[in-house]
Ligand binder design. Structure first.
Ligand SMILES: NC(=O)c1ccc[n+]([C@@H]2O[C@H](COP(=O)([O-])OP(=O)(O)OC[C@H]3O[C@@H](n4cnc5c(N)ncnc54)[C@H](O)[C@@H]3O)[C@@H](O)[C@H]2O)c1
Length: 447
């Protein structure tokens, strides 16, 4: 099928290259000329495991191309996936201006039937606005549209894996024809007949569920899912506060809770809290949706409050142990909001660094992938070549992102180069007994 993907960011670039890989002819559109120039020159604007190979191979095969020309992309395609950003406005609502701009242009340029699919995370009822907008701006006699919701559940860091091995594909449609087109698009995934770029040989034991519902319910599934996961994280962070006060260990509590299959162990990780381009903004947007329809979603407001307080908790711990912060050198391991990505949007590490700089601290930081993006946002700090370089002369080390390679460092060497061997493990990630045996002072979160 000929598909146009609008927005070549974390979602659009993954969706576009994976759809091309399973047999479609895809054009990815972005209005960021620099990004498109980079992609057309064979370079990557983001880091995501396995993505670069997929992009290069499919470009070479001619099944994937990049352009800034939306009208061309829209004209040449039967299906248009909207993957542009929906960042938060000042009041927490989702900013839908990028979506609207694309829809107006699609409406104005379409000269045959188009299926428009929302993949961006949008408030419930956006599908109705999209439908209306397409009708208003289209050249009536030519453009006919169907609109569907196909919320994206990929996790940055394993986005390619998640495309090929999803647990479910959710679609919201208002007619059978649209359902059939979307099923056809995802058929290789649903039937397990794709060449997996992640595993050398993989026969998926279970096929993903193709979950079909109405448009509004599909839109709500995305916001409800993200809010639920964020609630789990804030819940365990609240438990961690109790643990610290009574001398218990949140890791053990989480482990014991997670053994109950009704609870599950995922997302019960106490620490610096959640960040990224999804949970913080989607939570705020969902609270706003509640308000708009007369429901006070107090539960989610509390989830957000607990999450924001995690940075205060980390600041307090550093103040308590370092006494005076002004003039102290603090090393950071990890800047990205989670491992295996270079995404620093709403990353707790970045917020903590800003707060420490306000207190007069000198920051030295290392991240395996996110330093380029971090240095364009906070250029004033020192970015080291490796963890040993950033640890040099530091009076505290904050582990802010749990990159697996940090476990394999020569921690004895780290201790020797630091001015004071103090670790604030913001992710409860390092083996406490091992590092304390080496002579580190170790402070975790909720234990
Ligand atoms: N990042 C994730 O893990 C993730 C997961 C699920 C859902 N989502 C949702 O998907 C959407 C996109 O997220 P993202 O992380 O890919 O954002 P992103 O910022 O990485 O990508 C968005 C892209 O859209 C482009 N864009 C904006 N306006 C445009 C226009 N008028 N025409 C063409 N291109 C335009 C931007 O230049 C940018 O490259 C958001 O709604 C987000 O909430 C993100």
């Amino acid at each position: 099928m000929n598909i146009c993907v609008v927005g070549a960011g974390y979602v659009g670039l993954v969706t576009g290259s994976c759809l091309a890989d399973i047999g479609h002819r895809v054009i990815c559109i972005d209005n960021d000329e620099g990004k498109i120039r980079l992609l057309n020159a064979g370079q990557m604007p983001i880091y995501e495991p396995y993505l670069e190979d997929l992009v290069q191979q499919n470009r070479k095969r001619g099944s994937l191309s990049f352009s800034t020309d939306l009208s061309r992309g829209a004209k040449d395609s039967e299906v248009i996936f909207i993957c542009v950003g929906t960042p938060p406005l000042e009041n927490g609502e989702a900013d839908l201006s990028f979506v609207e701009k694309v829809i107006r242009e699609v409406g104005a340029t379409a000269d045959s039937h188009k299926l428009v699919v929302e993949k961006s995370t949008v408030p419930v009822q956006t599908g109705e606005y999209i439908n209306r907008t397409l009708k208003i701006y289209s050249r009536e006699e030519k453009g006919h549209f169907d609109v569907a919701s196909n919320p994206e559940f990929l996790r940055e860091g394993s986005a390619v894996l998640d495309f090929f091995h999803p647990d479910r594909i959710v679609i919201g449609v208002d007619n059978r024809r649209t359902e059939d087109v979307l099923r056809q698009i995802y058929l290789p995934i649903l039937e397990g007949t794709f060449r997996c770029p992640v595993h050398s040989s993989c026969l998926p034991a279970t096929r993903p569920l193709f979950f079909v519902t109405d448009l509004k319910s599909a839109e709500l599934i995305k916001h409800a899912s993200n809010s639920f996961l964020a609630t789990k994280i804030s819940f365990i962070n609240a438990i961690g506060e109790i643990c610290e006060r009574v001398g218990a260990d949140v890791q053990k509590v989480a482990e014991g809770m997670g053994l109950d299959p009704r609870i599950g162990k995922e997302f019960l990780k106490a620490g610096l809290g959640f960040g990224g381009f999804c949970f913080p903004k989607d939570l705020q947007a969902f609270v706003c949706i509640g308000e708009k329809y007369g429901y006070d979603f107090a539960l989610l407001k509390e989830v957000e409050k607990i999450n924001k307080s995690r940075i205060d908790v980390a600041m307090e711990k550093l103040k308590k142990h370092l006494w005076v912060l002004r003039g102290k050198t603090i090393a950071f391991l990890g800047l990205a909001f989670k491992p295996q990505t270079d995404d620093i949007r709403f990353a707790p590490a970045m917020e903590l660094i800003r707060r420490l700089r306000e207190e007069g601290c000198h920051i030295r930081a290392f991240d395996p992938q996110a330093m380029k993006k971090a240095s364009s946002e906070i250029p004033e700090i020192f970015y080291g070549r490796d963890p040993y370089e950033v640890a040099e002369g530091a009076e505290a080390l904050v582990l802010a992102t749990e990159w697996p390679e940090f476990l394999d460092l020569d921690w004895d060497k780290m201790r020797r180069v630091m001015a004071r061997p103090f670790i604030l493990d913001g992710r409860n990630f390092l083996p406490r007994s091992r590092v304390t045996a080496l002579g580190f002072e170790y402070v975790g979160m909720g234990r």
